[in-house]
Design a protein around this ligand. Sequence first.
Ligand code: NAD
Length: 560
Amino acid sequence: MALKRYEIDELKQKVVHVKKRGMDLIRDPMLNKGSAFSDKERDEFNLYGLVPPHVSTFEEQIKRVTENYRRKDTDIGKYIFLEALHDRNEILYYALLLKNLEELTPIVYTPTVGTACQQFGHLFRRARGMYISAKAKGDFKKRINNWAEDEVDVIVVTDGSRILGLGDLGASGIGIPIGKLSLYVACAGIYPSKKLPVVIDVGTDNEALLKDPLYLGEKHTRIKGEEFYEIIDEFIVAAHERWPKALIQFEDFTNDHAFPLLNKYREKLLCFNDDIQGTGGVALAGLLASMRITKEKLNEQKIIFLGAGSAAIGIADMIVAGMMEEGLSKEEARKRFWFIDSKGLVTSKRGDKLAEHKVAYARNEKFQKTLLEVVKSVKPTVLVGVSKQTGAFDEQVVREMKKHIDTPIIFALSNPTSKSECTPTQAYEWTDGNVVYASGSPFDPIKYKGKTYSTGQGNNMYIFPGVGLGAIVCQATKITDSMFYIAAKTLANLVKEEDLKKGRVYPDLNDIREISAHIAFAVCEVAYANGIAWTKRPENLLEFIKSKMFQPIYLPYKAV
Ligand code: NAD
């Protein structure tokens, strides 16, 4: 959503009152304009001599940082460059990110952020966010008061236990909340000063980190059981007390903790888990958009999941909510799902003790070991891959699926690209071009029999920033599944016909600000309709939401 000229001019009527002078101002990343301080500002804020003589335009600065960014020849080099920019000039950082979202997201977030987390102790330069150490149990409130900002809108918190597909990275997992919050700002215009990345350091079971002299977290194994929940609870209570309106997003907790934590807090305060609900929302949106291509109904689909972890259950729960909107009962909807985990089909009589989150979807039927067997007997319409098993949707499986249906829907969502259950090229070839395919990681457009297809990427960043923005703007008291459902439906409706024709079930990422604003609008409407918003509905809600979004442009400064 590029701002129109008159909107920029209107914004520039606003003046920022600034107390800092000289180097203090230059060293403040929220206020620094670098070589773009005007002559008037240089005079008023004692900056003459401290910056080069030429007064750069914002466009010149963007050109310079873009050039420097592209000169870096490794992804981790690009990450370090961007974080350094983030540390010295936040407005320029967000302007660059928003302008080049598709190019920069794989650096700021997955996959490169994963590498940055793995090397965190070795790359560390300047602290960002909060490190809440379990050792300080009983004293969290005091620590939380050390954060300078009285206004916080979004807290993204992890315990570093399951960072992307990389496992336990302990305190080094802080890179994930930092990256997610950058996307909140870029995609939904959350104010940079109102975001708070947090890692709760309960130790790590990662032997390599425990032995690494440069590891920056607490050097002990993970605290588990009741004590773990007490630690998280102390943090949640203290953070909620200081910032009662803030949204808390749980991120990259292992499944055994992710589900219980979400269930414990979801009715009590404004929170959600992106790995579960955000993933569910974005996958449901893709499926709803697929229905626009196949002209079928969601409640008629038979869906096999390869993988039964947090992503799988989150997606299934959200599709169940969608099927219920189309008239099925919860039980009827759940009967349309088959889950396969590392042991085979998830059934109630399989002989092992099923993890809590799988029980609701356990089938009451004969156990089958392989995906191919299940595909043969179920004849699914949709295949969802969230198993991290490269190539698991092989030619035999896909051809078997195609035997029973005109246009299979195949979502190979495992990340990174190398873990994908099948590639778009394979999916198109094995179905003779009759497939709706979406991925978890980006793929270049492909050509099949003279036609070009582009792959929609089921990226959570389509959903979570808009949901968060909506919740913050109306001051919702909680995040409900209906909010995610409506977010998914809004996103699916924003996919243009021309995208669907190319096989893309997600909209253009370059429209992300407009997308987030519309999702926020829909989320606010749910909150107002259900009486769970603290604010009164503004007359022109969409305009109001847009007016609340941070824009990465320089505003004039006035000395105070
Ligand atoms: P997870 O570790 O919680 O779950 C993985 C699941 O795969 C487990 O149930 C496991 O039993 C199962 N599995 C392992 N080996 C298997 C095998 N050989 N056959 C069948 N199942 C097997 O992980 P998760 O958080 O659920 O994420 C799974 C994948 O989905 C990851 O690659 C992640 O990057 C991806 N993901 C994509 C999106 C997206 O596209 N928006 C969002 C979230 C997660």
